[in-house]
Design a protein around this ligand. Structure first.
Ligand SMILES: Nc1ncnc2c1ncn2[C@@H]1O[C@H](COP(=O)(O)OP(=O)(O)OP(=O)(O)O)[C@@H](O)[C@H]1O
Ligand SMILES: [Mg+2]
Length: 117
């Protein structure tokens, strides 16, 4: 959601946002590519820092990406940012494919004796 908000801010009135999902090995990846101006190389490392923003104080707090990335990391995932070959930004959210997919439940042996009869 925060990534989409940023993309909407970046693309102006006639831009585009493309969302692609894929499974890479044991990870679920969601890629958000926008047609905005992209990120200056010196900002690429800073955009996940708390309170880093290039927006006006009434427009951005600089917390969106920092909080989103720490949530994803706590779930065993991550968020990566890069510039697209055709311009614009690409944000990739990745999560372990097994999170919430029932893996621990379905692999837990049932306890107790089977019913007699
Ligand atoms: N899609 C994007 N295109 C260009 N720059 C981006 C994009 N997404 C993020 N940025 C840059 O990263 C900075 C940090 O983003 P972040 O979402 O953390 O904070 P914010 O959008 O400024 O404020 P808020 O806390 O309200 O989200 C932005 O101010 C902007 O400079
Ligand atoms: Mg934001």
């Amino acid at each position: 959601m925060k990534i989409l908000n940023n993309a909407i801010d970046a693309i102006g009135n006639d831009g585009s946002i493309t969302i692609q999902t894929s499974i890479k090995q044991d990870r679920l990846c969601i890629e958000f590519a926008d047609s905005g101006p992209g990120l200056p190389p010196e900002h690429l490392q800073k955009i996940f820092d708390p309170f880093f923003t290039t927006k006006r104080p009434d427009k951005g707090t600089g917390l969106g990406l920092s909080i989103s990335r720490s949530i994803m990391q706590r779930l065993g995932g991550d968020i990566l940012a890069e510039n697209g070959k055709q311009g614009g930004c690409i944000f990739t959210v990745s999560l372990p494919a097994a999170v919430g997919a029932g893996f621990p439940l379905s692999s837990t042996p049932l306890k107790g004796k089977p019913a007699q009869g």
